[in-house]
Design a protein around this ligand. Sequence first.
Ligand code: ATP
Length: 210
Amino acid sequence: MKPLGIFGGTFDPIHLGHLCVAWEASELLDADVLMMPSGVPPHRPPPIAGAPERLAMLQVALRGQSRLIPDGRELARSGPSYTVDTLVELRSEHGDRPLVLLLGADAFAGLPDWHGWRRLFDLAHVGVLSRPGEQTVLPDELAQANTGRWVDDPAALRTRVAGKLIALSVTPLEISATRIRELIATGREPRYQLPSGLFDRADLLAPYRR
Ligand code: ATP
């Protein structure tokens, strides 16, 4: 069965850096990928744009293709958005379909700070998105938890529903949502960093203008 990827983020706003790596991961895994904005991110200050705006921006960004699918479930939940809760929900919805949590190499290295992180491997595989040749130093407890999980071939993720780790070599772009927010706040128009459709929606970019 085709795996289902999950790519989460604040997406404040969604930009071409997010879309490029999510797309490449979906191609490498031959998977559909749920693009999931987080509601109340547990690890960072609250977003500038509201939940409906961030979801609407995602919907605009994802027009014209069907591999990357917007999923607003974490926005509807009250309290912090814990990935483990989302994966429990997805597991019950998708039965035997392999799930692949997609994480940047930095986020992966910080996994032991996440709520219920050890349970993640019972619920999903993890795809670590890295630049070609990038090596990340992992904390000891994570390196130990990873023993026996690494696979090289995406086909190996189809033989089980969860529990494997794969490194996915992608093309991160030097685009940052923080920088985009700064540019918009100072009256600039960060074209070619954001999906072009967003520039037809002044209402959605309004929260970033000062
Ligand atoms: P901010 O600048 O607001 O912190 P961000 O884009 O870094 O924004 P998120 O929206 O939470 O933060 O990012 C979601 C995921 O996308 C994270 O795993 C992050 O590492 C990854 N990501 C962000 N920017 C890029 C990029 N330019 N290329 C590849 N991955 C990215």
